[in-house]
Design a protein around this ligand. Structure first.
Ligand code: GTP
Ligand code: MG
Length: 328
């Protein structure tokens, strides 16, 4: 070490850095402070902001920047060639929705490393789909699962464990175990929702097998707390930050993020689709698939893929049954 900088060459250093204390500039005291604040791993450091790290550990922002850069380098988060990206894309996990039609529309199911948004009017099945995914993520891969667990951030108080029990039974999972594999928290306001998202990172680090994170619904608190045009900018800014955190979690930990969203009528649109998702263009700029749900007759629903980065637009129908989400 010379002037606090490593004298090792880059590739050499990359393989030597496995833990916080391996990072040049992170001594035992700093590591201790970071761990106490929930930053246990290189992944957590890599996705933190310099201000966050500086605030927690008392080091300068520029030192924090270097630490973050080293963690990212160790995790190979910088430039890569396209063949490496291609290989990574092939390893993306998919969780079945319970409906083959809907899975096909999504290119095989809800993807890890990305955000999928289900939006639509009340009763269109957004929450039921969230429940079903929490069950299905636990299934073996050949049955549409990832043998993983789920985290559920419930912003509306509509999570029902008895639905999990019913869906688990219907798929042949042991209901009590299925419930244990879902970590649940009720978010009481938008700040709490954002805090829970931060805490979700810790759970993900500790458990290791979390493959799904639900936020149902992502916009309801923001919408209630920041009504009206004069606070729109603040709302969008906060929402943007929240979505940014979610995007990073998806990417770093290989997790499928599923968010739901209500719709509202746009008074300024006179033709075309006058129904838009709440949050507008902030959500539109988050990478991932957006699925618009509408009611058909009875328990039948139609899903339209609106904004996938690589899948063609299309539609699929499914039904909501006592057993969960199914094809007709
Ligand atoms: P909001 O959160 O109000 O915007 O609606 P949502 O889109 O989340 O709707 P949700 O997923 O709650 O879907 C409600 C639909 O699922 C209703 O049509 C219910 O009839 C149906 N549903 C809920 N539970 C059951 C059940 O146990 N059995 C059956 N067959 N249908 C159910
Ligand atoms: Mg709902």
């Amino acid at each position: 070490m010379v002037n606090g900088k490593s004298t090792m060459s880059r590739p050499e250093r990359k393989h030597k850095i496995k833990d916080l204390t391996d990072i040049p500039g992170v001594g035992p005291a700093t590591a201790q402070k970071l761990r106490e604040a929930g930053f246990y791993s290189l992944e957590a450091i890599a996705i933190a902001s310099p201000e966050e790290i500086a605030g927690i550990s008392g080091i300068s922002t520029s030192a924090a920047q270097r630490i973050i850069a080293t963690a990212r380098e160790a995790l190979e988060l910088g430039f890569k060639t396209a063949d490496v990206i291609y290989k990574e894309r092939l390893s993306v996990g998919r969780i079945s929705t319970g409906s083959r039609n809907l899975d096909r529309l999504l290119g095989g199911g809800v993807e890890t490393k990305s955000i999928t948004e289900f939006y639509g009017e009340f009763g269109t099945g957004k929450t039921q789909i969230c429940h079903q995914l929490c069950v299905n993520v636990q299934l073996p891969r050949d049955r549409g699962g990832l043998e993983g667990t789920a985290i559920y951030i419930d912003c509306e108080g509509t999570f029902r464990p008895e639905r999990i029990v019913a869906m688990a039974k219907a798929t042949g999972l042991e209901p009590q175990q299925a419930l244990k594999n879902i970590v649940y928290a009720r978010a009481y306001n938008s700040d709490h929702q954002m805090l829970l998202t931060e805490q979700a990172k810790e759970i993900i680090e500790e458990k290791g097998n979390v493959r799904l994170l639900i936020v149902d619904s992502v916009t309801s608190h923001f919408r209630a707390e920041y009504p009206g045009r004069e606070v729109l900018a603040v709302r969008q800014q906060k929402l943007n930050r929240h979505l940014h955190t979610l995007t990073r979690i998806a990417d770093i930990y290989d997790i499928a993020i599923v968010i739901t969203n209500q719709v509202m009528a746009r008074p300024d649109v006179f033709w075309g689709d006058a129904i838009v998702a709440v949050g507008g263009h902030v959500l539109a700029h988050v990478p991932g698939a957006r699925v618009y749900l509408r009611k058909l007759k009875g328990n039948k629903r139609i899903a339209r893929l609106v904004d996938s980065p690589y899948l063609p637009e299309g539609e699929a129908t499914f039904v909501i049954t006592d057993d969960g989400i199914r094809d007709e």
